[in-house]
Ligand binder design. Structure first.
Ligand code: PMP
Length: 395
C-alpha cells in the first residue's frame, strides 16, 4: 500500500461516479486493421496505423537488424555519447523528404510538443512580448507545452483562419512600436475531427503578421501532402516548424521537428526534453528509417485511404450521423451525448467492430463521438462491414 492510496481511491471513485473512469484493455495486434481485444477478435477502427505499416516486414526487419548490429539502447543522451550515425541518417532522410534544411528526432509526439514549445516560447519571452495564438481544439500535448512555457494562449475558434487573422490584426494595432514575437500553434489534420488546415492560407497570414508557425503534423505525416510527408510541404519554406510523429501512419514510435538548421541547433542547445533524455534506440530508428523509405512510394495506398474516407462519410451522413468537417482518414460520428456514444460503441463492438467512444474532456462537452479511423490495411469489405454495423446498431 502507498501512503496516498486513500486519496487515489477517492479520486477514482469520483471518476467512477462521473462515469469518466478510464481502464486499460488488453489488446494484441492480430494484423494491421485487426485486433484481439480481451480475447475477442475485432476489426480495429480505432488505431492510428493509417498505412498499416506497423507490421510491414521492411520496418520489422530493419528494426531487428539495427538492434542486432547496434544494440538495444543508445546508452546516453545525444549530447553525451548517444548520438549515433543512425540518428543523423534518419534526420537527414527526413529533412530531405520534408524539404527542410534540418530535422531533429524526439522521443514521442507528446514529449516533443511538451518540450519544444517551452524552449521556443521562453527564448522569445526573454526578448520582449510574446503573443501566442492557439487553435481551440489543439491536442493536449500542444496545450501542455504552451502552459509549461507560462505564456497566455490567445485561442482562436477551431480551424477558423478568419478569426485568427482578426485577432492578429486587432493586437497589431495595440502593439504598434513594441517588440513582439508572434506564434501560431495549430495542427494540419485535427486528431478528433479529421479536418485539415488550409496550410497555404495559414502561411500567407503568418507572413503578413510576421508570426512563427508551429504546425503539428501528427495525423498528416505519411498520409497527405507532397511525398505523403504532411501538409507543410504545400507551403515550402514558409512553415517555421513542422512537428510530426513516427507513431501513427509511420507505424513505429518517436517524433520529429523539421525546420531550419538554426532552429534545430537551437533546440539541441535549449530544449531540455532533448538534452536530458536518452537517445532513441537503434530498433526504433530502424523502423523509422524503413518507414521513410516506404512512405513516398505509397500513393496508391493513400488514394485508397482517401476513397474509403469519402465512402464512409457518405454512408454515415446517409444514416443521419454528423461527421463534422472531416475530410481525411479520421471520421468522427458525432452524437453529442456521452451515453449515446458509449451505447453506439458497445453495439458495434458486439458485432466485432471497434470504434472507441471519445468523450469530454478529450472533446468539448456535447460533442461525444465515435472516432473512426481508417487504415490502408482495411479492405473494402471491412469498411462495408463497419457501415452495415452502424446501420444495424442505429436501427
Ligand atoms: N499531436 C497530436 C495532434 C496527436 O494526436 C498526438 C497523439 N495522440 C500527439 C501529438 C502525440 O504523439 P505521440 O503519440 O507520438 O506521443
Amino acid at each position: 500500500m502507498s501512503k496516498l492510496d486513500p486519496l487515489f481511491s477517492s479520486e477514482l471513485a469520483r471518476a467512477e461516479t462521473r462515469r469518466v473512469r478510464r481502464r486499460l484493455r488488453t489488446a494484441s495486434a492480430a494484423a494491421p486493421g485487426r485486433l484481439v481485444l480481451e480475447g475477442e477478435p475485432v476489426l480495429n477502427f480505432s488505431s492510428n496505423d493509417y498505412l498499416g505499416l506497423s507490421r510491414h516486414p521492411l520496418l520489422v526487419e530493419r528494426s531487428r537488424e539495427w538492434a542486432a548490429r547496434h544494440g538495444a539502447g543508445a546508452q546516453a543522451s545525444r549530447l553525451v555519447t548517444g548520438n549515433l550515425d543512425l540518428h543523423e541518417q534518419v534526420e537527414a532522410k527526413l529533412a530531405r523528404l520534408k524539404g527542410t534544411e534540418a530535422a531533429l528526432l524526439l522521443a514521442s509526439g507528446w514529449q516533443a510538443n511538451a518540450a519544444v514549445l517551452p524552449a521556443l516560447l521562453r527564448a522569445a519571452a526573454s526578448q520582449g512580448e510574446v503573443e501566442l495564438y492557439a487553435d481551440k481544439l489543439n491536442h493536449a500535448s500542444l496545450h501542455h507545452g504552451c502552459q509549461a512555457a507560462g505564456v497566455r494562449q490567445i485561442r482562436f475558434r477551431h480551424n477558423d483562419l478568419d478569426h485568427l487573422e482578426s485577432l492578429l490584426a486587432g493586437k497589431a494595432e495595440t502593439a504598434a512600436g513594441k517588440s513582439v514575437s508572434r506564434f501560431i500553434v495549430t495542427e494540419s489534420v485535427f486528431s478528433m475531427d479529421g479536418d485539415r488546415t488550409d496550410v497555404e492560407r495559414l502561411a500567407a497570414l503568418a507572413d503578413r503578421h510576421q508570426a512563427f508557425v508551429y504546425l503539428d503534423e501528427a495525423h498528416a505525416t505519411g498520409v497527405l501532402g507532397p511525398r505523403g510527408m504532411g501538409l507543410a510541404g504545400l507551403a515550402p519554406g514558409r512553415i517555421d516548424l513542422a512537428m510530426g510523429t513516427f507513431s501513427k501512419a509511420l507505424g513505429g514510435f518517436g517524433a520529429y521537428v523539421a525546420g531550419s538548421r538554426a532552429l534545430c541547433d537551437y533546440l539541441i542547445n535549449a530544449c531540455s526534453g532533448f538534452i536530458y533524455t536518452t537517445a532513441l534506440p537503434p530498433a526504433v530508428l530502424g523502423a523509422m528509417d524503413a518507414a521513410l523509405d516506404l512512405v513516398p512510394t505509397l500513393d496508391a495506398e493513400r488514394a485508397r485511404l482517401a476513397a474509403a474516407g469519402d465512402n464512409l462519410r457518405a454512408a454515415l451522413r446517409g444514416m443521419g450521423l454528423d461527421t463534422g468537417a472531416s475530410s481525411t482518414q479520421i471520421v468522427p460520428a458525432i452524437v453529442g451525448d456521452e451515453a449515446r456514444a458509449l451505447a453506439l460503441a458497445s453495439g458495434l463492438e458486439q458485432r466485432g467492430l471497434l470504434a472507441v467512444a471519445i468523450r469530454p474532456p478529450t472533446v468539448p462537452a456535447g460533442t461525444s463521438r465515435l472516432r473512426v479511423t481508417l487504415s490502408a490495411a482495411h479492405r473494402d469489405v471491412d469498411v462495408a462491414r463497419l457501415i452495415d454495423g452502424f446501420a444495424a446498431v442505429l436501427a
